[in-house]
Structure formats: structure tokens, C-alpha cells
Design a protein around this ligand. Structure first.
Ligand code: ADP
Ligand code: MG
Length: 395
């Protein structure tokens, strides 16, 4: 099932016996330009919604059943869910994201009716481009449109995050859901993950974002994520013993971390220090990159992006050989200002800031260079920024 609007409506008709959908919704993926592993410390991030998206066609039912068809594999896959019987599964099968979103909407006090939903996508899945947040926000948008439930981006991002954290059982901050919800074409988004304020930052047209999906999919992210959080928590506890006003690492600075270094448990002192050092320094970069983009200082933008990658690799330790290799090759390829892994890490995608006039050649040259040293199973593509989740057609 392709993601083209007409196609998803056709997919819906084929799946559900010929009648037309009542709404068609699109939900973009996102890249994060800088500020990774800061959102769950209530810090800053600078993502952008992109022109790869999940599309959903939906119609109401008179009962309390959700029938859902998706093109996650080559063949459409069906599932039937009873709204009244939904309860967290702690599993991450594709339909757990759909069910989890319906569950989280109900938990937030919204009354839902049954629906038929067809889902298609042209967003790489599991590539660190947030197909999970796109499906959550897309399902939420469709169910809200059908149920005439008022839409508020920040509240719905919270609902979608709850689906992923509490129903699917995967820890994550709110960056992905907020970026998918709040995207603005031509802009990155300076997110404050404490207040959920979103400030659009214009992306100059002579700068292009190139996505570099390594094709590597690793499942260790969930346990490693918990370990990174634990390291940060030890450092935060030590800081809070001296500065009780510090609520999260977002409120701490490098000198405070330095001051408590000796207080940290010797058994994991080095790891806790480095995890927190990443968060504290990375948390400054989104605002700095926004300022560099504003000033069109691409050398500075590239320096920040490269420094962020080094911090994720060396301090937070969430990169992997393939992400290190593709970003190193990108930096040596003509037109590139800077390159870094994007999203959670351990595989998935990296992102490069590239001079627009060189971007198509960059994508080709980089793919060839990567391929020469080992097969590139993912893809390299230029992208445009896009608006947030929206209703395309409503009957
Ligand atoms: P990412 O968000 O980086 O793409 P995740 O592992 O967080 O990776 O989420 C990927 C999961 O989201 C998939 O394994 C699948 O369960 C679900 N998903 C994403 N897109 C779709 C889709 N079009 N249809 C059904 N499920 C999807
Ligand atoms: Mg995800």
C-alpha cells in the first residue's frame, strides 16, 4: 500500500468492502538535527518533520471495534481490537501502537467509537525516523476527527507518548510525538520538552537535510536506554543532594556535575559522569544550532552537529560502527557541513547538513563510498521539511 492519498483511500476500499473512508490523515516522520537523549531530561531538541509519512484512511463504525489494516510487511496485515477490552501489553507488535493510542485517548477521558482504519507508509520503519510516533499521532488524529474530539498538539503528543511508554512499554521522551504533531514546512522546531513550547526555526533554502539510513536495525536499544537513564539518575541524585532546586539534568550545568564527581558511586562513577556530561552539553546545542541557522553560519552549524555526534558516540555511547562510518564518510564528501546520528541510536539513521546545490551529488557519492567498504542496506535521500500531522480529506 503506497502512501499517496488516493492510494490509501483505495487501500481502504479494498480492505473494507468498497465503502469510502470518512477521513484521510497524514502523519510525517521526523529527523532530529540536534539534541538527542535530552527530551526525557526535560531539555531541548531541534527536530524537523519530513516529507516521508504514514497515511491513514478511516471511517466510523457503529460498534466498539477497531479493524485495522496496515502495510507493515509486503502483504497488508489485519487486526480486530475491542475498544473496551484494551489493556497495556508491554509488546511492540505493530498493532500495539494502534491499540495503545486508542487506550491512551480513553485514559485521557476521550470517548471513542469503533472505526475501520487502513494504514500505508513511505517512511522507513525502525530507521530512527519516528514511524512509531507517526503511527501514534496519525491514529490519534484519525480517531479524534471521527469522534469530533478537539485537537491540541501538545496534549495529543502526551497521549501518544503514553501509548508508547505505558501500553507498548518502551521508554522514550516526547520529542518524536511533538515533532510529528507540530511540524512546519520550511522549518526545524526548537522544542522545550519541559513546557512543550515549540519555536519554528526557518531553514534557509541553500541548506538541505540528507537522511542516511544505515539499514541497521538493532533491538538492544530498550535495555541500553534504561542503563543510560540509570547513569543519569545517579548523577542527578548527587547534584540534587547539593542543589535541591535542580529538578532534572536540564537544570544542571557542567560545573555542578564536576563538583559532585567525587560523590558518585566509584563502581559506576565514570559511566554516570559521562552520561550526565552528554546531556548537560547536548542540551545547550539546540539553541546554539538555531542561532547558527538564523545567522546562516553553516560552518558553526556543522561544528555543532559533529560535536553532537562525538558526544553521543563517546559520552552517551549510543552510536554504532555503521553510524560512525556513515557520518565520517559524509564529512569527507563534498558539500557537507556536518553529520550526526539522529534519534535513539544503535542503528537506524544519521543526518547531514549539506549545501543544497551539492545535495543530490552528495547523496550519490556517499552511497557509493559506503557501498565500496561494505553493503549499504538502507538508503540515502534528501528530504524537505513538512507540516505536522493533518487531516487531508474529511467527509
Ligand atoms: P522508528 O520509530 O524509529 O521507526 P520504532 O521501533 O520506534 O522505530 O517503531 C517502529 C514500529 O512502529 C514498527 O515495528 C511497527 O510496530 C510500528 N509501525 C511503524 N509504521 C507502521 C505502519 N505503517 N503500520 C504499522 N505499524 C507501524
Ligand atoms: Mg520510534
Amino acid at each position: 500500500m503506497s502512501a499517496a492519498p488516493g492510494r490509501i483511500a483505495d487501500g481502504f476500499r479494498n480492505a473494507f468492502g468498497g465503502h469510502a473512508p470518512a477521513v484521510v490523515v497524514r502523519a510525517p516522520g521526523r529527523v532530529n538535527l540536534i539534541g538527542d537523549h535530552t527530551d526525557y531530561h526535560e531539555g531541548f531538541a531541534l527536530p524537523a518533520a519530513i516529507d516521508r509519512e504514514v497515511q491513514l484512511a478511516a471511517a466510523p463504525r457503529t460498534d466498539q471495534i477497531l479493524r485495522v489494516v496496515s502495510s507493515v510487511s509486503d502483504e497488508p496485515v489485519n487486526v480486530e481490537l475491542e475498544l473496551g477490552a484494551l489493556a497495556p501489553t508491554g509488546r511492540n507488535r505493530w498493532h500495539d501502537y494502534v491499540a495503545g493510542t486508542a487506550w491512551a485517548l480513553a485514559e485521557a477521558g476521550h470517548e471513542l467509537g469503533g472505526a475501520d482504519i487502513a494504514i500505508g507508509t513511505d517512511l522507513p520503519i525502525g530507521a530512527g525516523l519516528s514511524s512509531s510516533a507517526a503511527i501514534e499521532m496519525g491514529v490519534a488524529r484519525a480517531l479524534c476527527a471521527l469522534g469530533r474530539i478537539a485537537w491540541d498538539t501538545a496534549s495529543m503528543a502526551r497521549v501518544a507518548r503514553r501509548a508508547e511508554n505505558d501500553y507498548v512499554g518502551l521508554g522514550c521522551g516526547i520529542m518524536d510525538q511533538l515533532a510529528v504533531g507540530a511540524g512546519v514546512a520550511g522549518h526545524a522546531l526548537l522544542l522545550d520538552c519541559r513546557s512543550l513550547a515549540v519555536e519554528p526555526v526557518a531553514l534557509p533554502s541553500d541548506l538541505t537535510i540528507v537522511v542516511m539510513d544505515t539499514g541497521v536495525r538493532r533491538s538492544l536499544a530498550a535495555t541500553e536506554y534504561d542503563a543510560r537513564r540509570a547513569g543519569c539518575d545517579s548523577a542527578l541524585d548527587a547534584i540534587r543532594r547539593r542543589w535541591p532546586d535542580v529538578r532534572t539534568l536540564r537544570d544542571a550545568d557542567a560545573s555542578q556535575l564536576e563538583a559532585v564527581r567525587g560523590d558518585l558511586d566509584p563502581a559506576d562513577r565514570d559511566a554516570a559522569y559521562r552520561r550526565a556530561a552528554h546531556v548537560i552539553t547536548e542540551n545547550l546545542r539546540p539553541t546554539q544550532l538555531a542561532a547558527a541557522l538564523d545567522a546562516r553560519d553553516y560552518a558553526e552549524a556543522g561544528r555543532l552537529v559533529d560535536a553532537s555526534h562525538a558526544s553521543l558516540r563517546d559520552l552517551y555511547e549510543v552510536s554504532c560502527p555503521e553510524l560512525d562510518r556513515i557520518t565520517a564518510l559524509a564529512r569527507r564528501t563534498s558539500g557537507c557541513y556536518g553529520a550526526r546520528m539522529t534519534g535513539g541510536g544503535f542503528g537506524g539513521s544519521a543526518v547531514a547538513l549539506v549545501a543544497s546545490e551539492a545535495s543530490e551529488a552528495f547523496a550519490e557519492d556517499l552511497s557509493a563510498a559506503y557501498d565500496a567498504a561494505g553493503p549499504l542496506t538502507g538508503s540515502v535521500f534528501t528530504c524537505h521539511t513538512a507540516g505536522g500531522v493533518s487531516v487531508l480529506e474529511s467527509g
